[in-house]
Design a protein around this ligand. Structure first.
Ligand code: GDP
Ligand code: MG
Length: 291
């Protein structure tokens, strides 16, 4: 039986949501930082194995003032309530639960199971962790409670097993090799395509597509390799331009816009490829998200 489901990862800034998602996926997909507000927007990270697929929804960075944070989180929690199968509520060990955490819990839909994750046990002593587990358990009807260290990978395997218990039989929503939701990639493709179309004016009318070949989220920079695909050899020359000038301009303008989107420095490498008749190739078009 193939299982799948959507899991929302909710918690105050800096508790380790992105670190946990990265640890579960074993690769760096969500941006981790010691400054809050680094997760740009709802980011779906996808974990696919032979017999399951879990889509983790990381909550966005919070550009809201502290006093509004609680309200904001409640709103966020309400937004996700209808379409997730499970909530992972992440926090850190305190003797008593913080008011911010309590406010977040108040916003949860009682019909969705919630797992309490107490993270950063590596930097807290056992007594404090035990105390907090005991006290937190009184605050909400958690289905499970698990202490972990997302950073050191402690109990992360066990957590995954627990999560799987809450997944039902379901379809594979995304292809095997996709680790991050296509939305962001698609936006980036569209940005490059738009820049190319503007700069090329009428010379290569609409006969281009853009594909992201690779995208790596490093600590200080996002590395993106993209391909502009055109239909004719003649078009390739025009897109590259004299001494590569046109392609350079397309890359520069695209990079600037992608940096604004991702709110991070971007290294963008773009090259051009000819693929005749791509517009008539249905699988190709579907792959690229053009409907
Ligand atoms: P988010 O805002 O909830 O997504 O938090 P991040 O995942 O960006 O983590 C915030 C900071 O906490 C980063 O500096 C992480 O390295 C650190 N961190 C996350 N998990 C752990 C953990 O298990 N132990 C320790 N010591 N630090 C952690
Ligand atoms: Mg984050």
């Amino acid at each position: 039986m193939f299982k799948s489901g959507f899991v929302s990862v909710i918690g105050r800034p800096n508790v380790g949501k992105s670190t946990l998602i990265n640890s579960l996926l074993n690769q760096k997909v969500a941006i981790v930082s010691n400054k809050p507000q680094t997760t740009r927007k709802n980011m779906n990270a996808i974990l696919t194995r032979d017999d399951f697929q879990i889509i983790f929804i990381d909550t966005p960075g919070m550009h809201t003032p502290k006093n509004n944070l609680g309200k904001y989180m409640v709103k966020k929690a309400k937004e996700v309530k209808s379409d997730v199968d499970l909530i992972l509520f992440i926090t850190t060990p305190e003797i008593n639960m913080r008011d911010q955490d309590k406010t977040i819990l108040e916003g949860f839909d009682k019909n969705i199971p919630v797992i309490l994750i107490v993270n950063k046990i590596d930097e807290n002593d056992q007594i404090r962790v035990a105390e907090s587990l005991k006290n937190y358990s009184k605050e909400f009807d958690f289905k499970e409670i698990i202490p972990i260290s997302a950073l050191k990978g402690k109990n992360v395997d066990k957590l995954l097993e627990i999560i799987l218990n809450y997944m039902q039989e379901g379809p594979k929503y995304y292809p095997d090799d996709m680790i991050v939701d296509a939305k962001e990639r698609f936006l980036i493709c569209e940005m490059i395509r738009e820049k190319a179309l503007i700069l090329l004016s009428e010379e290569v009318p609409h006969g281009i597509a853009v594909d992201i070949v690779s995208m790596e989220d490093k600590e200080n920079i996002v590395k993106i390799e993209a391909e502009i695909i055109c239909e004719k050899d003649g078009h390739k020359g025009i897109i590259i331009g004299k001494n590569g000038d046109m392609l350079k301009r397309i890359s520069t303008y695209s990079r600037q816009e992608i940096e604004r989107l991702l709110d991070k420095k971007v290294f963008l490498k773009v090259w051009v490829k000819v693929r005749k008749e791509w517009r008539n190739d249905n699988t190709f078009i579907r792959d690229f998200g053009y409907k």
